[in-house]
Design a protein. Structure first.
Lengths: 274, 274
DNA sequence: CTAATAGTGTCTGTGAGACAATATAGC
DNA sequence: GCTATATTGTCTCACAGACACTATTAG
């Protein structure tokens, strides 16, 4: 149950006087992913002030909980933070096609040196968006290639990586990447990284960027078309052939499936299962 | 980033004076599942006081955030609440074999009529445990058959259901059940519902209770044994045959796999995919 | 004895992946 | 022309599911 029933006087007070609670703040952080130049990128901001000044961090901020400002729901807070950082308009605008889902909540004591912070992380899949503007006091904001962050399987950054991540954001980002890799297996969300119309080779490039391995073009093509509802044909053909030649690929739109069946499983995962 | 950098004076104050924040509290709620008499059960408590007095709720309570009490991590809070409700000892005791994972965070404004509450929900898979004791001010506590709660696909309860769930706990429970159904497909966590040693028919009963459909005994048996690391033989044989006759099944332990490969997919899901 | 169950064998359809072939575009 | 690419075809192996069969136990 959400607040437990009163147990003694202090609990009674706590139920009705918020100030009697342990002090805690709630933030949202967003792992926003996109594909640029065939590589997976994440939106990061460089911190201007302490703590972790000069380090990079996921875009995020406090949830408007209802005191001085109108109470907002958690996904709304995530969209708001993303819109503020990217300079794009929210749900009704350019961010309308962005897929957003809750990733997880991070609340270990000490994860923020100032006070107890509970951070609800969201995961976003976006088509290619313009460069963000370093707004407010963020020293910088940019789409950063995920490969340049030196993430290890354990959620840390390799020593020597130039762009260091603040707080536990390396862990959050690692969790987001693993979630994204899995999501591509059994949902059609790879299309959220593409424009409204896309070719099968473009879709394959999304899979290759997120999974970090090349896929067999022929088998991928047949597989995508064989899964009901994954993509639907527009009937049109791209106006250009492949990058280094080849016939003009056909154009497709996202289909109406919410799950891929059968799934599109990552190759060669037998080893990493124990 | 977790607290965003200071942007103006109020933000500056907010960064260092917790009392300047919007008042918000963080709780954990636990969807604890087990199998009893071949049916899936969830641990619920009946509320003694307002709001929602007399209704049933998931066990849960406030996270000790570090004010008056020592700061605790979110999973520790979930284990503590589970231990308090079940009367069993925590990580080192009877709850040691319980699987616990984060389910999601629920923070819509108004979900608790008293104040803004952010609730981090956890999902637990437990072997059969004793009946809980209605401790503290909970009017009652019990393992309740999930089927008796009249949950609909949309996360509500059917009208006429006698046991009503408080807050948004019907939604949280529905999400937990759907997560559990999926987890059994691609992880060996069905073994978390069994004792240390179990038979393949017992394991099949877990799948049937969670998925709500009968499975083909022969194919299930061969499938479980063919997935590397799912189960390992103890060499022993159960001392009794099947409920209504039959040979004595062999005993197995949980294996070392963390993922099932190939997965054990639910039959007949082609329809519910759009 | 009878019925139900554990465990194994066999067959078939589907699908993943390797490999190949053909046509088309960039250079 | 040369090469890379899009798309389709073919083959093989793994596996899910249907069905069948035997041995064993409860009642």
């Amino acid at each position: 149950m959400s607040p437990e029933p009163m147990r003694d006087e202090s609990e009674f007070l706590a139920s009705y006087d918020p100030r009697a609670y342990d002090p805690v703040a709630v933030t949202v952080d967003v792992v926003a992913l996109t594909i640029r130049d065939g590589a997976l990128h994440v939106l990061l901001v460089r911190r201007g002030g302490a703590p972790f000044a000069g380090m990079w961090a996921l875009p995020g901020g406090f949830v408007h909980a209802g005191g001085r400002r109108e109470a907002e729901d958690l996904p709304d807070a995530a969209v708001r933070e993303l819109a503020e950082e990217t300079g794009l308009s929210g749900k009704d605008g350019a961010l309308g096609r962005v897929h957003l889902e809750q990733l997880g909540t991070y609340g270990a004591p000490g994860r923020d040196p100032r006070m107890r912070i509970i951070s609800v992380a969201y995961l976003a899949f976006a088509p290619e968006l313009p460069d963000p503007e370093a707004g407010g006091d963020a020293a910088d904001a940019a789409w950063v290639p995920v490969g340049a962050l030196g993430l290890t399987e354990s959620g840390d950054q390799r020593p020597g990586t130039t762009r260091r991540l603040a707080f536990d954001h390396a862990r959050i980002l690692s969790d987001g990447l693993e979630r994204a890799r899995g999501k591509l297996e059994y949902t059609p969300l790879a299309t959220a990284f593409c424009g409204d119309e896309f070719t099968i080779p473009e879709l394959r490039a999304v899979y290759e960027a997120v999974w970090g391995e090349e896929l067999h073009a022929g088998n991928f093509h047949r597989k995508v078309l064989s899964v009901p509802g994954f993509v639907e044909s527009t009937g049109a053909t791209s106006d250009r052939g492949g990058r280094r030649g080849g016939p003009r690929p056909r154009l497709y739109r996202a289909g109406d499936a919410r799950l891929l069946h059968p799934a599109l499983l990552r190759p060669g995962r037998e080893e990493e299962i124990r």
